[in-house]
Design a protein around this ligand. Sequence first.
Ligand code: HEM
Length: 493
Amino acid sequence: QQPPDLLTVMATSIVDDTPVSGTLLLLLLLCILLITTLCLANASHIPGPFFWAGLGPILSYSRFIWSGIGTACNYYNKRYGSMVRVWINGEETLILSKSSAVYHVLKSAHYIARFASKQGLQCIGMDGRGIIFNSDIPLWKKVRTYFAKALTGPGLQRTVGICVSATDRHLERLQEMTDPTGHVDVLNLLRCIVVDISNKLFLRVPLNEACNFHHRYTSTMTDEMRKRNPENHIVGFLIYLFELQDVMESLIETKRRIISESETLDDDLDFTSELIFAQNHGELSADDVRQCVLEMVIAAPDTLSISLFFMLMLLKQNPEMEIRIVEEISTLIGEKDVMTVDFQNFRVLESFINESMRFHPVVDFTMRKALEDDVIDGTKISKGTNIILNIGLMHKTEFFPKPNEFSLENFDKTVPSRFFQPFGCGPRSCVGKHIAMMMMKAVLVTLLSRYSVCPRHGNTLSSIRQTNNLSQQPVEDEQSLAMRFIPRQMTTT
Ligand code: HEM
């Protein structure tokens, strides 16, 4: 006897109203749904969660919202492999963590735009403005030349002196920042130092007198976000950025006044002056200028101060590394004026910084949009595809001898650039990567030659609370950020 076919069973079920046949019908419908969704999910040939009649995209988007972008990317790559298809805000999005695929995207001119919600960007004034999320490619190219000019050449040479003196100046006032138990909120201290450096390099306006930017920016970021949106810190952060625009507006006004009152112009114009002149010549709008200055001034405090915070934590967890770094500082600087020292020679320090950015990065992913059809590692990619590059995971899966350990051995051999990309590479890479390395070295050398910095007893990088939304950050509670500064006696060799 032939088994009844599907349609016969369905037809019989529809006319038969017993509870058993009702359940059978339900089961059959579910089977059909499952087969359809399996077919849909397999249509792209890229592994990832099932479509499930629209439930998959909702679940995948919810995971991004609730666990944070970085954590969600790691989850999907670990579950489905190094090329995964998910949905963000209903749009198909690929997450790549294999170095060959990541490197291909980074280097290619087909991926020079980022993706983000247009509406969201419009709300915070970043749509088609500034540099970071600007997808107006001709305008982005124009503003990027101003960023590149300020962050390389003479700008880079001035950096060491500015970093050393800013760090020294804030260390002189350490007492004011120390609580009755002898601890300092070290992230706050680092933010003060880095905001000071950014201002001296790119804006040159007396911050405290001009407005409360300094105070607002250096008050704890999470508090600021929480105040603005207790449920969703990303939304809170974006509102916070939006509010900073008013502050930036008044700083740029101050800058215009300073320029118009000064009798002579500096030989090396700072970034803000260059942009103001570009606006005067009709090359940029006032909105472009404000957004570019805002992004330049917050780029370093957002990334560098947290990177340095992670580094100070890692240093105390690895005392033998601290000894090697302090010895190197002592050997290279000794009695010399720090300004005469070539910072390229700090090899151990450089490996330590690289290993910290590999092992516990602040920025562990970046995003791109395909502007042309393409093929990545044999997989067809259509124009318009959204892509997340999971560089944090890429740094832990390939090439490195001890990928899951914090070890300078990982940088004993020269690491080919396709395996290590903390700043990205290619046309849309971090335009501040050279200055960032210089700044981190200069701040660490100044800090570590004067103090041994000890986290509160029992605090380690894995024990403190952290979030991974737009970037990896410590949750800013008093306990996690507190460190003691013990004066160090440097020996000279
Ligand atoms: C973009 C990392 C410091 C300015 C980026 C990107 C990464 C990154 C991964 C995206 C690159 C890509 O998509 O390929 C870092 C890290 C830093 C750091 C880890 C410090 C530890 C800085 C500093 C500045 C800066 C100090 C400037 C003062 C920028 C800008 C972009 C960018 C303007 C956007 C470039 C564009 O879209 O054209 N950064 N960065 N960054 N970074 Fe950095």
